[in-house]
Write a protein of this length. Structure first.
Length: 348
């Protein structure tokens, strides 16, 4: 049973953003993975508090974050947006909680490790100077998990990625708007429906624009993938360029990745190395050309890979098609795996 009130080794948890899509997914994962805790405090912004949520069958009120004393937590998960993290995560760390932050607020802070446990878990051996561990972007996490063994074996020169990102990347409001806009368009093709989360409408559409536009012409989402991949892989000069696209899919992001290496790549060896990675499913190991899709993958806690193609003209380059649950693999699961490692290593 994960709730262990009398075990002093089990952490006291604060979960900021408990009512959001990532927060609710994290609660389910805490239950599914039997993560041990002494206490759990569910928190949200004042306008989202006041509800009651169940964890391991026990009802817990959702309290306002601004009334909580983080001295009562050993571990604090933040998934309530960048502004909330910037305001309250340093306060939580100052009060003694080790923060796992799922926003862009601290990812590029040199005092804050940016961690994907399957890639750079050694960064969790000691408590970070900032008191915060950053969780990467939802599209960066599955990509770097696949790039690590490629760099180790063949060396990385360039990565070109197009992402196909689901509405759930905007949380509950994103999936709700896609459903409503789709119903409106089915009733009247001229009706764009609501456009609070996605403009233009996402219904029966693809939108090559996520986050804010930068002076470079790239978006912040695209910039994140460049900066975060370099930091996680410890390759500060790695050439990564991305086009991030929102698609009318409820959940699970997809990516088409072109990877150029220093040496020639053998497809059979590449497939074997990717297939040997923990929590990775390669769909065309036995059937070349097989591929996963957001609708058809059945293992939500795996990174799914297909369409593995080594260029016949220059075998230093190859393509991957990648599908991963952005709420689990791309957010809550990575955060909880960080927490599991912190507990196992005694870093808390």
């Amino acid at each position: 049973m994960p709730y262990t009130p009398h075990d002093p080794r089990a952490p006291r948890i604060a979960l900021v953003g408990a009512t959001g899509a990532v927060g609710e997914t994290l609660i389910r994962l805490i239950e599914d993975r039997a993560f041990r805790y002494r206490e759990i405090h569910l928190l949200a912004s004042p306008r989202s508090s006041g509800r009651t949520l169940h964890v391991d069958g026990v009802a817990h009120p959702v309290s306002p974050v601004d009334t909580f004393d983080f001295a009562d937590a050993d571990l604090a998960f933040f998934s309530a947006g960048t502004d909330v993290s910037r305001k309250w995560a340093p306060e939580a760390a100052a009060r003694g909680a080790l923060v796992i932050d799922n926003t862009n607020a601290f990812r590029m802070d040199p005092r804050t490790p940016l961690v994907v446990p399957q890639v750079n878990v050694d960064l969790l051996a000691r408590r970070p100077a900032s008191g915060i561990v950053a969780n990467p972007n939802c599209s960066t996490i599955p990509l770097v998990r696949l790039l690590r063994p490629v760099e180790d074996r063949w060396g990385l020169r360039k990565v070109v990625v197009s992402t196909y990102q689901a509405a759930s990347g905007r949380g509950h409001s994103g999936t709700a708007e896609l459903r409503e806009a789709t119903r409106a368009a089915l009733a009247d093709p001229a009706d764009a429906g609501p456009q609070a989360q996605f403009r233009p409408t996402l219904a029966f559409n693809v939108v090559p624009f996520i986050d804010e536009l930068l002076d470079s012409g790239f978006t912040m989402e695209e910039q994140k993938m460049l900066q975060e991949s370099r930091k996680i892989l410890d390759l500060p000069h790695l050439d990564v360029t991305t086009t991030c696209v929102r698609v009318p899919v409820l959940n699970s992001h997809s990516e088409a990745a072109w990877v150029e290496c220093d040496d020639s790549v053998d497809r059979a060896e590449l497939v074997a190395r990717l297939g040997a990675l923990p929590e990775v499913t390669v769909h065309d190991r036995e059937v070349p050309g097989a591929f996963p899709t957001p609708r058809t993958v059945t293992e939500a806690d795996h990174v799914h890979v297909g369409r593995v193609r080594v260029s016949p003209h220059d075998p230093r380059g190859f393509w991957l098609w990648v599908v991963a649950d952005n709420l689990r693999i791309g957010a809550a699961l990575n955060a909880l795996q960080i927490a599991e490692e912190l507990v196992a290593r005694g870093t808390l």
